[in-house]
Design a protein around this ligand. Structure first.
Ligand code: UD1
Ligand code: UDP
Length: 373
């Protein structure tokens, strides 16, 4: 029987690998196990709870103040020990662009284990943006055995870099499978929100702007500009609320709390459970973010998304018309949001639902491919 290990470590990887991991657990011709590195602890545990997943192995590597080298070292040696001493699979499945993804791929490569890369082929073309994710993606593509690419563009990127065509499988993005799972749980989003972390304003009909931000390249000045922009927008638009579930990274928490804590219509809350966040996206006026995953989810929900980055590895959502890049520049963020508040026609144009990321059958395609290996 084929031995397959699914590995993930952060919130977004968990969200996008959960349905796949659950399906692989159900396959009787695959001996499947799950390993979490716990690069994230709290934010990953939220996902494990929601999807009802108990990992077989947990490296539990998160430490406060960890830098990239710390995370890389702990994942690399943790995975090496697992492969050497506990369980050696035939195939390791990893996701995306995090340090967990890259260091696990490297450990598998050293151990002579095949690597299946989920969400392969996304590129900005600038190795330092996003940092270090673009480099992680490029490096993983060089050592992966199978490449599960979401879109045609992602397939083309891999072919351009010399990856063999027969090793690339276009699957759509597993995030759509996850969204379907959640939509089903929320009964098409009609169920009342249950999470106590969301302020009452979701119930009282006031419009709100949903915000997330955590990118390393925005740490320091970038975050100060982002927070200054939110402050100005909140003061100018006091009929709107600004709901910001703040990422747990201290580099994010500090400037956000220092600049935004006192504003009455800005709500700094804990990271939301995924289903509550999807609900919040669905009911928001627009989303202001630097997240990768949110750029893929919001087009399907018909929400305008302004991305506080200079580059994106997800041009499909920009081409679909729902996503626009505004960078981390205060003036651009303020005018980007204000235009969407003031200009109904523009707002309507950006609110048309498009989904360039598949039908939610990505997991099925990946499982089928693995079964036929
Ligand atoms: C990581 C990924 C990034 C991904 C993001 C998703 C890398 C290099 N970065 O960035 O690609 O987009 O996750 O959110 O792989 N923390 C907690 N609890 C948690 C999670 C984080 O306290 O549940 C704090 C810890 O102090 C930790 C810090 O956040 O040291 C940073 O976590 P880390 O995984 O290194 O970086 P992220 O910025 O979360
Ligand atoms: N998300 C969540 N709760 C939150 C904020 C985001 O569940 O409070 C989800 C979001 O829907 C998306 C994922 O987390 O699926 C994105 O994670 P993040 O922005 O941390 O990472 P990125 O996608 O940028 O790698």
């Amino acid at each position: 029987m084929k031995k397959v290990l699914t590995v993930f470590g952060t919130r977004p990887e968990g969200i996008k690998m959960a349905v796949l991991a659950k399906e692989l657990n159900e396959e009787k011709y695959i001996d499947h196990k799950i390993c979490v590195t716990a690069q994230h602890r709290d934010m990953l545990d939220q996902v494990l709870e929601l999807f009802d997943i108990t990992p077989d192995f947990d490296l539990d590597i998160m430490q406060h103040g960890q830098d990239l080298t710390d995370v890389t070292n702990r994942v690399l040696s943790g995975m090496r020990d697992l492969f050497k001493n506990t369980w050696k699979p035939d195939l390791v499945l990893i996701h995306g662009d995090t340090t967990t993804c890259f260091a696990t791929a490297l450990a598998a490569f050293y151990a002579g284990i095949k690597i299946g890369h989920v969400e392969a082929g996304l590129r900005t073309g600038d190795l330092r943006s996003p940092f270090p994710e673009e480099a992680n993606r490029v490096l993983v593509s060089r050592i992966a055995t199978y490449h599960f690419a979401p879109t045609v563009k992602n397939v083309e990127n891999l072919l351009d870099e010399g990856v063999m065509e027969e090793r690339i499988i276009q699957t759509g993005n597993t995030v759509i499978d996850s969204l379907k799972f959640i939509a089903h749980k929320l009964e098409g989003f009609s169920e009342k929100i249950r999470n106590t972390g969301l302020p009452d304003l979701l119930e009282n009909g006031r419009k709100f702007i949903l915000i997330t931000g955590h990118r390393r390249e925005n740490f320091g000045d970038g975050f100060i500009h982002i927070c200054a922009a939110i402050k100005e927008l909140a003061i100018t638009n006091n009929t709107f609320d600004f709901v910001y579930p703040v990422h747990m990274n201290p580099n994010v928490q500090k400037p956000v709390r220092e600049i935004l804590a006192e504003l009455p219509n800005v709500h700094l809350i804990k990271p939301l459970q995924y289903e509550d966040f999807v609900y919040a996206m669905k009911h928001s006026y627009l989303v202001l973010t630097d997240s990768g995953g949110v750029q893929e989810e919001a087009p399907g929900l018909g929400k305008p998304v302004l991305v506080m980055r200079d580059t994106t590895e997800r041009p499909e959502a920009v081409e679909a018309g729902t996503v626009r890049l505004v960078g981390a520049d205060k003036g651009n963020i303020v005018s980007g949001v204000q235009n969407l508040i003031d200009d109904q026609e523009l707002y309507d144009q950006m609110s048309e639902a498009h989904n360039p990321y598949g039908e939610g059958d990505s997991v099925r395609k990946i499982v089928k491919f693995i079964l036929e290996l």
